[in-house]
Design a protein around this ligand. Structure first.
Ligand code: ADP
Length: 500
């Protein structure tokens, strides 16, 4: 059980499941209101009983964040730095307990959950230094006697929507990037993982001594996200929407942001192709593909969805890929030896089943996997998936362990096909010729490209983010562009000659 659950409420008398509540203005709301069950995706047990918030809680949270903003924005960099470093140490200290919470709430393997914890504390250490980033530029002016400055200012309240997949580290990213530049934050966590994707962040920041109202978390029942989103869009204090999730939801939110004239940052999904050229080291390519496709059972936005492979090495690659894939151990993710855990819910399982069945009906061949076993979908490799027929596996993001292998004549053909994918998050190229790899990389229309590495390479200091249907905005210190604005400030010495 997390401390969030222990601290914030009593056990429900009927279920003896911990009760968790919202964190608003530095206080945990008293339990007693409506709640909803939060399930373990592996065995269906209820792990938490979560407070079901709505408009009132969202309004309170926005008001608390707005009240906290002036003091947080004005806090000396050294003070902000101390707080981030303390939160980083607290997070590391709680690693084993957080790994278990993330496993039972989201189905993440020990390897992925531990990665999320270390990524988050490293992000906080990076962000602690951003407090000292230059806050603008001195500019040249054509006007005699004028001294001009571009001064970076935080925006105000940033409202964050977090997803369930990289629940813990993406919740930290949602909180820390805006906070590092002086904004205050309200998080609306995914209803699939309210503890890992929000309440734990609040708990650690509270323990680290962050001022009241700098971070606020409002949870809600499935289907109720819209009520909280309404408040964010209506509130003048909310200056930016910070969304991580699907392109479908992003389209709804971006339209609303347009109408409300609010800034919106979108970190969305991807279709992440890998090109394997005939001169690639096949063992390296196989290792990068298995990790890229099947880490967190294919539920990360940067997972590899398709490999374009040059024909001369197709058969050898597929044989070795299948052999390695078949060694991946599946089961309960609380067992540290497990690599493949459950999918997040039955809807995700059904989507994998239906799309694989559809592809097979159209002529695809199953090399490994292809079916569910309980809540686990076996790591699946498909070849001969038709590219001309309408097949959802061809270009749509399928959030599960399903990988399509497509033979091509050469890299140019692969590049042409990859460029037709509507998403533009990540891509990878495996080649023995580094110059050729870099040259090809320049021609890819993605926010991220790795030569001789997997499509996923998560380092908190690096600017991850997408183009096209994968959204816009960048993480790392590049997010200063997303979470600050520049105010032109001038001072003129002496008298000025005006035209009249
Ligand atoms: P996924 O399908 O991977 O869960 P979503 O885009 O549905 O991705 O969810 C990402 C986040 O967006 C979650 O916090 C979820 O609650 C929120 N969300 C989903 N639908 C809406 C909506 N109509 N309005 C506001 N937020 C939403």
């Amino acid at each position: 059980m997390s401390q969030a659950a222990q601290q914030t409420g009593a056990s429900s008398s009927q279920t003896s499941v911990p009760h968790t509540t919202h964190f608003i203005g530095g206080r945990w709301c008293p339990p007693g209101g409506p709640t909803f069950p939060d399930y373990n995706p592996y065995n269906g047990e209820i792990v938490y009983d979560i407070a079901s918030g709505g408009r009132a809680e969202a309004q309170e949270a926005v008001a608390a964040a707005a009240a906290a903003f002036p003091a947080w924005a004005a806090l000396a960099p050294i003070e902000r730095q101390r707080l981030f470093l303390k939160a980083a140490d607290l997070t590391d200290r709680r690693l084993p307990e957080i790994v278990r919470t993330v496993a039972v709430e989201t189905g993440a393997s020990a390897a992925f959950a531990a990665f999320q914890v270390r990524w988050s504390s490293n992000l906080m250490r990076q962000a602690s230094g951003w407090a000292y980033l230059p806050c603008g530029d001195v500019l040249r002016s054509d006007m005699p006697g004028r001294f001009a400055m571009a001064v970076r200012k935080p925006l105000g309240v940033v409202a964050g929507f977090t997803p369930w997949n990289g629940a813990f580290n993406l919740a930290w990213r949602t909180a820390i990037l805006p906070m590092a530049f002086g904004n205050t934050v309200v998080i609306k966590p995914s209803e699939e993982a309210p503890v890992s994707a929000g309440l734990l962040v609040a708990e650690i920041l509270e323990e680290a001594g962050f001022p009241s109202g700098v971070i606020n978390v409002v949870t809600h029942a499935p289907g109720e996200a819209g009520k909280i989103a309404d408040v964010f869009f209506e509130s003048p204090a909310v200056r930016c929407i910070n969304f991580t999730g699907s392109a479908a939801t992003a389209r709804i939110l971006a339209e609303r942001a347009g109408r409300a004239l609010k800034r919106i940052v979108l970190e969305l999904g991807g279709f992440n192709p890998m090109l394997v050229l005939r001169d690639a080291n096949i063992t390296e390519a196989v290792n990068a593909t298995v990790f890229g496709a099947f880490f967190h059972q294919g539920q990360i936005c940067m997972n590899t969805r398709k490999v374009y492979i040059e024909r001369p090495i197709h058969d050898e690659f597929v044989e070795k890929l299948a052999a390695k894939t078949l060694t991946l151990k599946a089961g309960d993710p609380t067992d540290p030896s497990i690599i493949i855990g459950p999918l997040i819910n039955d809807r995700a399982l059904r989507q994998c089943e239906e799309r694989v069945r559809d592809a097979v009906d159209r002529g695809a061949r199953v090399v490994t996997g292809g079916r569910a076993n309980g809540k686990i979908f076996a790591p699946t490799i498909l070849t001969h998936v038709p590219t001309d027929a309408i097949c959802s596996l061809g270009t749509e993001e399928t959030f599960g362990p399903v990988l399509v292998i497509e033979a091509v004549d050469d890299a140019e053909e692969a590049l042409t096909r990859a460029q037709a994918i509507p998403y533009g998050l990540s891509a990878a190229i495996m080649t023995g010729n580094e110059d050729r790899g870099l040259e090809l990389a320049q021609r890819f229309d993605t926010g991220i490209i790795h030569v001789n590495g997997a499509t996923m390479a998560g380092e908190p200091s690096l600017p991850n983010g997408g183009v096209k249907d994968s959204g816009w905005g960048r993480s790392g210190h590049y997010s200063i562009e997303d979470f600050t604005e520049v105010r032109l400030t001038t001072l003129t010495h002496g008298s000025v000659k005006y035209p009249f």
